[in-house]
Design a protein around this ligand. Structure first.
Ligand SMILES: [Mg+2]
Length: 237
């Protein structure tokens, strides 16, 4: 068995058209490969992908940068993991109130739950931002040089994936994670085998450069994931 826990934008949704089709075919035709989406998107902006006949349907979806975890078929929260996350979130209204006073932040107009996401510019007061987040017991994740996610304390993509894998008793050796930006770093820090796909953010490449469990692919997106499958011994794909 193999379980692919993959970021979406720039990773499962990235790469050359022919390599995308090739990977989607592999995932759709091999029921022995389980798929978990692990994305910064909110659930509402993952849903349209589930109706796409070509993109493989996930067994589970981790979204909101790790703050939401649902069953891929029923879209029901995975308990008790979801409740544990909810307990660490003070509510968006309170977070917005604290962040409103930080210069250089602009709220993202995307669907989100149990996290607040912003754009930032050079005017941002990162120290004030971090202090305000700390006061609420929250974590700050910076990504792609322009996005900031405020998350429940200790929650990130890697935390929630690890909880899910432990709950499902998936052997570590059967898991491959994949991603392309800094908000994927926590996936690689789980210690599971991982693929940093081609075209990834430099800061992610640097942060994972010395990690033995991480393979740095040449091809972008899906092509990189296929390279990773082979690198980790799944030569049949
Ligand atoms: Mg991405």
């Amino acid at each position: 068995m193999l379980l692919l826990a993959t970021d979406l934008d720039g990773t499962l949704l990235g790469g050359h058209e022919d390599e995308k089709l090739k990977l989607y075919k592999i995932l759709n035709e091999n029921p022995g490969i389980k798929v978990v989406f692990v994305t910064g998107r909110g659930l509402d902006s993952v849903k349209p992908l589930l109706d796409d006949p070509i993109i493989p349907n996930p067994d589970y979806i981790i979204c909101d940068v790790g703050a939401t975890v649902v069953d891929g078929a029923t879209l029901k929260p995975v308990e008790p993991i979801q409740s544990e996350i909810n307990d660490r979130w003070p509510g968006a209204l309170k977070v917005d109130l604290y962040m409103k006073e930080v210069p250089g932040l602009r709220k993202q107009l995307v669907p989100m739950e149990r996290r607040c996401s912003y754009y930032y510019d050079e005017a941002v007061d990162m120290k004030m931002l971090e202090e305000n987040a700390k006061e609420l017991g929250l974590d700050v994740i910076v990504s792609a040089g322009k996005f900031i996610d405020i998350l429940p304390g200790g929650i990130n993509k890697g935390f929630t994936l690890r909880k899910l894998m432990e709950m499902l008793n998936v052997p570590e050796g059967e898991i491959i994670v994949a991603g392309d930006t800094l908000n994927d770093l926590s996936l690689f820090q789980t210690g599971y085998n991982g693929v940093v796909v081609g075209g990834a953010e430099d800061v992610l490449k640097e942060a994972t450069a010395d990690q033995k469990s991480v393979f740095h692919a040449t091809s972008n997106g899906c092509g990189g994931i296929i390279e990773g499958f082979r690198f980790f011994g799944h030569l049949e794909y």
